[in-house]
Every structure is written in C-alpha cells, then in structure tokens.
Design a protein around this ligand. Structure first.
Ligand SMILES: [Fe+2]
Length: 137
C-alpha cells in the first residue's frame, strides 16, 4: 500500500516500503501501542544503522515518517504523508465500518478518490474476505 502510494505520488517507493515494514515495530516487539511511533522510530534507526544499506539521509527520512505516522492531523512533508495515508487506508480496509473522526473521515474520502476505491468495490472486497475468497493478511 505504502509503495503504491509512493509510486503514485512520485516519492521514493523503496524507502516508503521500508518505513511501512518497520512502522509498528515497537508494537510488534513489546505488544504496547503507547508512543509506539516515537519508540518505533528509535528502534528502526538502530536496525537501519546495523544493516548498513542506507545513507544517513535515507535513515532520517524513514525514521521521521515512522515517528510521525500516528499524528494524522499534523501537516507533514509529502514523504511522511504516504505512511500516514497508507496506515489510515489499511486500518479502514481492515474495517470499513469503523467510525472515523471528521478529519480522518475526510482524509479517507480523499484517499479513496485518489486510489479509485468506490464504496461498491470496498463492499465487494469485504464480502469476498467474509466468504474466505480473499486472504485477509
Ligand atoms: Fe502505528
């Protein structure tokens, strides 16, 4: 999802994909969601430094996106918005019936428009998941 949005918006899709994979790392490791974006960014920085495949500026981009991914109301750079939007879209697609606050709901509507997701297509997809015709993960 994150890589597709990055491609669509002419951002670095490889870095977006790495940010997506690591963005909830803190929660995966600890089972805790409190401050997971900030703590996850610190953990991601350690991992990326150990791997040695990324420049300092790439690590900064990835970790900044992770740090801010839960802050969906703040104004962020184009790259950070990709992870924020992909995360929101993933949460929505997991449960389209989820009640969203007004700002998130408006953002979600813009995202659905950008991604060409109609209410019909989402409903069809949810029916197929419900009937085990599509994998959920
Ligand atoms: Fe998260």
């Amino acid at each position: 999802m994150c890589a597709l949005l990055a491609l669509k918006r002419n951002e670095n899709y490889e870095l977006a994909m790495i940010a997506a994979m690591l963005h909830d790392f803190w929660t995966y490791v600890t089972g805790k969601s409190s401050d997971h974006a900030e703590k996850g960014a610190d953990e991601a920085r350690k991992i990326l430094n150990v791997l040695g495949n990324f420049s300092d500026s790439e690590i900064e981009m990835i970790c900044d996106a992770i740090y801010h991914h839960s802050n969906k109301e703040s104004d962020q750079c184009a790259f950070n918005k990709i992870l924020i939007d992909a995360d929101l879209l993933q949460h929505y697609l997991y449960n389209p019936m989820l009640e969203l606050p007004k700002e998130k709901a408006e953002r979600m509507e813009r995202l659905k428009e950008e991604c060409g997701l109609s209410h019909y297509a989402i409903g069809e997809m949810m029916c197929r998941i419900h009937h085990n015709e599509l994998p959920v993960s």
